[in-house]
Design a protein around this ligand. Structure first.
Ligand SMILES: [Zn+2]
Ligand SMILES: [Zn+2]
Length: 361
């Protein structure tokens, strides 16, 4: 048996996305079918459409989602039909060298569904980040389902599946921000603002937001920035030092992923500080730094994949904090849209007009 549902695909490089009929197979061993309730529009979906990730068209887009488990395959024990879940792209294997070292947040062999979803003519789809969630039902590995408190609305909870988790995790997991520390965040879109909210949650005292768009700096203040710097008008490194008694921050987070920004983050931190790269660079970018500065300043340069999150640990925690009013997930939702508005959501995202557009079903 299988299901026929509507979903949003990118058929070929650069072409506008379209709504198509998707055939979703019954879940096989270890798999689950999830009724999607909400799915955020992420930059990565746009990168897939532009052919920037790989050439395995057609893609079933969407990967930042929450919904209800509709069916499970043989051997599935971590979730049951009716559970409210956030989908993740880090279903840890438990067997790779990272997992065996007790560091599953770095798992090198994460699980995805073994079966393929297809178009009605049998063409196999490549689901974005192994999920594919701009669709009424999707097929995933059961490990990609993280059960959370169903009192959280899907529009908010789903955002933890990618961008918000990446930002929060960059601060609290990768950066290890502790109470009383100072933090600078470069780039105040969804991921950067989530890093700011994460730094606030961790008890950072000084939180400096850096962007070239005053509107984004205003958003950053709402998420907890104590200082803002428009780096198109002011030297960001000098401004950050001025906000930290001349020393620089304990943790500098680059949520842009550009060498010029990374360099500012590098020089804006205090001695023994940490730099975290969570923005995604393009393959052509190069970084040149004086090696003596890298040595002499001590500390650490780290990159953050998916906020070094462990979905089973981090998603329920953040949902609980949200339900207690201690983490502002709703504030990331700029608008809710239908499947037919994904293309225009890409445009708004590209222009920086929204933090997140969320497709609801
Ligand atoms: Zn593993
Ligand atoms: Zn994403």
């Amino acid at each position: 048996m299988s299901y026929e549902v509507k979903g949003v695909i990118a058929r070929s490089k650069g072409a506008p996305v379209e709504i198509a009929t998707i055939v979703v197979p019954d879940p096989g061993p270890g798999e689950a079918v999830v009724d999607i309730q909400a799915c955020g529009v992420c930059h990565t979906d746009l990168h897939y459409r532009e052919g920037g990730i790989n050439d395995e068209f057609p893609f079933l887009l969407g990967h930042e989602a929450a919904g209800t488990v509709a069916a499970v395959g043989e051997g599935v024990t971590n979730v049951a039909v009716g559970d409210f879940v956030i989908l993740n792209w880090r279903a840890v294997c438990g067997q790779c060298r990272a997992c065996l070292k007790g560091e599953p947040q770095y798992c090198f062999d994460t699980h995805n569904a073994a079966q393929k979803m297809t178009l009605t003519d049998g063409t196999e789809l490549s689901p974005a980040l192994g999920i594919g969630a701009f669709v009424e039902k999707t097929l995933v590995h059961s490990g990609q389902c993280t059960k959370v408190d169903r009192q959280a609305p899907a529009t908010a909870a789903g955002l933890l599946g990618c961008g918000v988790m990446a930002g929060v995790g960059a601060a609290i997991n990768t950066g290890g921000v502790r109470r009383g520390e100072s933090v600078a965040v470069f780039g105040c879109g969804g991921v950067g603002d989530a890093a700011i909210a994460g730094a606030k949650l961790a008890g950072a005292t000084t939180i400096v937001a850096v962007d070239i768009d005053d509107r984004k700096l205003e958003w950053a203040r709402q998420f907890g920035a104590t200082h803002t710097v428009n780096s198109s008008q002011t030297d960001a490194v000098e401004a950050i030092k001025a906000a930290t008694s001349g020393f620089g921050v304990d943790v500098a987070i680059d949520a842009v992923g550009h060498p010029k920004v990374f360099e500012q983050a590098f020089y804006a931190r205090d001695l023994a500080g940490r730099v975290v790269l969570v923005g995604v660079p393009t393959p052509d970018m190069q970084l040149t730094l004086p090696l003596i500065e890298l040595f002499g300043r001590g500390g650490a340069l780290k990159s953050s994949w998916y906020g070094d999150c462990l979905p089973s640990r981090d998603f329920p925690m953040l949902v609980d904090l949200y339900l207690q009013g201690r983490f502002p997930l709703d504030d990331f939702v700029s608008e809710t849209i239908g499947m037919d508005a994904v293309e225009s959501a890409f445009e708004k995202m590209h222009k920086g007009e929204v933090l997140r557009s969320v497709v609801t079903f």
